[in-house]
Every structure is written in structure tokens, then in C-alpha cells.
Design a protein around this ligand. Structure first.
Ligand code: HEM
Length: 141
């Protein structure tokens, strides 16, 4: 059987925590200014904004450095937000731009690679768009 692998992109040097902090703060600052994404975050997060930023720094620290500081359930957090493919496209565009603006090229490529993989997984899990997993029908075929 032929295996189909999409090689993981890795940074040349370990990512610094300060790098993650800058990326997360700059990204969510821009998210709040985005006319489509801003209202979604304002409605869902409200006054818990500092907590959200801390959660997102912990999340990316776990992804980039394997620190295990994040132990939440991203699928549950996004389930009731009414998200569609356009939201994901917009989020990813903004994230890519911010990663390129704030990180060296190899670190930006790493963050962008992981963001895309996680966005795919979220869309499959949330049944959004053509990426949604086509599960076998239950019962008699
Ligand atoms: C359509 C694009 C997206 C939108 C509009 C969105 C929106 C949100 C919102 C509003 C929250 C806060 C939920 C709350 O605290 O009540 C949240 C949490 C979170 N998001 Fe997203 N998100 C998107 C895509 C992504 C992607 C692509 C990732 C990962 C790369 C991600 C990772 C997370 C994580 C880890 C949390 C924290 C969940 C927790 O509290 O444990 N999101 N998102």
C-alpha cells in the first residue's frame, strides 16, 4: 500500500516563548479589529480577554515546545460559534500574515503549517465544508 504523507514543517531553531507571546498578542489584536472575526470573539470571550490570551499562549507553547501547558478541548470551544469555511479562511489569512510579520521565516512556516493542520481538524470535527469527514451511514445500507 502506498503511504501518503504530508511532511511536518519544523523550525530551524527552537521557538522562544517570547516569540509565541508576540505572535498571539499581535494576532488577537488584529482579530479584534477584523470586521467578521472581531464580533465573534467579542461575543464569545467578552471580559475574559486576558484569560483567552493566556490560554492561546499556553496552546501554542504546547504545540511548538511540547510543554503540555494547554489541556483544553478546542472542538467544544468552537462548536456553538456558528463558524463556516469563510471564517476559517479569514482566520488563516490573518494568522499567516501575522506569523510572517512577527516571526523569522522558518518559525512563521512552522506556525502556519500547524495552524492549517489544526484548522483542517476543527473543520472535519465540526462538520464544516468539503473537509468534513464523510462517515459511513449507520444502519442497513
Ligand atoms: C474560524 C476561525 C476561528 C474562530 C472564529 C475562532 C474563535 C474562537 C473563539 C471565539 C474562542 C473562545 C471561546 C471561549 O472562550 O468561549 C476560541 C478559542 C480557541 N481557539 Fe479558536 N477560532 C477559530 C479558529 C481556530 C484555529 C484554526 C485554532 C488553532 C490553530 C484555534 C484554537 C483555539 C483554541 C486552542 C481555543 C481555546 C479553547 C479553550 O478555551 O480551551 N481556533 N476560538
Amino acid at each position: 500500500m502506498t503511504s501518503r504523507r504530508i511532511p511536518l514543517i519544523e523550525p530551524k531553531a527552537p521557538i522562544a516563548e517570547a516569540q509565541i507571546d508576540t505572535l498571539v498578542r499581535t494576532f488577537y489584536g488584529r482579530v479584534l479589529e477584523d470586521e467578521e472575526l472581531g464580533p465573534i470573539f467579542r461575543d464569545a470571550v467578552g471580559s475574559r480577554w486576558d484569560e483567552h490570551l493566556a490560554t492561546m499562549v499556553a496552546f501554542w507553547s504546547s504545540v511548538a515546545l511540547g510543554t503540555g501547558r494547554y489541556s483544553g478541548k478546542p472542538h467544544l470551544a468552537h462548536r456553538d460559534l456558528g463558524l463556516d469555511m469563510d471564517h476559517f479562511g479569514r482566520w488563516l489569512n490573518l494568522f499567516e500574515k501575522t506569523a510572517r510579520d512577527t516571526c523569522p521565516p522558518d518559525a512563521a512556516a512552522f506556525f502556519i503549517d500547524r495552524a492549517h493542520r489544526i484548522a483542517e481538524s476543527l473543520q472535519i470535527g465540526l462538520d464544516i465544508g468539503p473537509k468534513a469527514l464523510r462517515l459511513p451511514k449507520t444502519g442497513s445500507a
